[in-house]
Ligand binder design. Structure first.
Ligand code: BDR
Ligand code: CA
Length: 315
């Protein structure tokens, strides 16, 4: 079993990633750190609690992540894409908020599951940056690896023309992580924009499967994909960015990665932009970490894997 600690802001694609992880027979979720981003921090905690209750997995600790960027400024949220009252079109206003564990539970979990633990960061990078700032290289010595949904390399952003949302939402935090972390894999929009699940696939799962999540797949996805149709006319479905990381974790052969130093712009018009040196003979910045960037994958394989996992009844 691969042990994972998820940092998330559910959010539609985060919710699908959490459901995927709970359904996958090779993944063991040891905790979920709830952050802000797609929705507020409190909504992210409530939405996570709802998913864990549905799966009868309230044994998994929910941890209080960050509610603002490192700068302390109010975050920009995206309820028009991820839901005003819950996840997508689900009304979760009646759901009890959980009593999350304090931030230091992250350190206990890392210590408990070292050296096998993989960190899967699906939200703004604030909480992960706090771990780096508070512990220095400690995290690096303890965890197996770190996967990050974030960045856009030589392709357009989705928040600004240049910047992807998880990086742009707290570019200073992203800079901390990119400049300090080792053994990290960035999963950027280059791939995640193509991790599209169609409404037909969701209809199929809604009709023919019987997992604890079956009844909520359609109301969540319909809301999200309707919004995506406004953003990208003609799109059949919508990209489930955050699911890509978990699919990669369980089927590495279908993904293409390159080794690069990853840089983050932290101010000005290009704030939140990520870049790397893609020239044939790149210049290396001394003492700056080299990490991995995912650049391609098999979309067909991803979709097949998604359908297989969501057809299982694991919890
Ligand atoms: C990332 O930003 C959030 O909106 C999504 O949940 C995903 O983690 C995509 O840019
Ligand atoms: Ca996310």
């Amino acid at each position: 079993m691969k042990k994972i600690l998820i940092f998330a802001d559910p959010g539609v694609d985060d919710a699908f990633a959490i459901m995927y992880a709970l359904l996958h027979p090779e993944l063991e979720v040891v905790g979920i750190v709830c952050d802000y981003g797609n929705v507020s921090h409190s909504a992210a905690c409530r939405n996570t609690n709802f998913l864990l209750k549905l799966a009868d997995r309230e044994d998994i600790p929910i941890i209080n992540g960050s509610s603002t960027p490192l700068s302390g400024t109010d975050p920009q949220l995206f309820p028009e894409i991820h839901g005003y009252k819950g996840i997508g079109g689900l009304d979760l206003t009646h759901v009890q908020p959980p009593l999350p564990y304090p931030f230091y539970k992250i350190y206990e979990l890392i210590e408990q599951y070292a050296p096998e633990l993989t960190i899967v960061n699906l939200s703004r990078l604030t909480s992960l940056a706090r771990v780096f700032i508070e512990t220095g290289s400690w995290i690096q010595q303890k965890v197996k690896d770190i996967l990050i949904m974030g960045g856009a390399f030589l392709v357009p952003g989705n928040w600004t023309p240049l910047a992807e949302a998880n990086v742009c939402g707290d570019s200073q935090a992203a800079w901390v992580v990119a400049s300090k972390g080792k053994n990290m894999t960035f999963v950027p929009l280059n791939v995640s924009n193509r991790a599209i699940i169609s409404n037909k696939m969701i209809d199929h799962l809604s009709t023919y499967t019987q997992t604890p999540f079956t009844p909520i797949l359609k109301p969540i996805m319909d809301f999200y994909s309707n919004k995506y149709k406004e953003i990208i006319p003609g799109i059949q479905g919508a990209p489930l960015h955050d699911v890509t990381l978990l699919s990669y974790l369980t089927d590495k052969a279908s993904f293409l990665l390159v080794q690069k130093q990853v840089f983050v712009v932290t101010d000005g018009l290009a704030n939140g932009m990520t870049f790397a040196d893609f020239r044939p003979d790149p210049e290396m910045v001394p003492t700056y970490p080299v990490n991995q960037i995912m650049l391609d994958f098999s979309m067909e394989q991803f979709q097949n894997d998604f359908m297989k996992v969501f057809s299982r009844d694991r919890p």
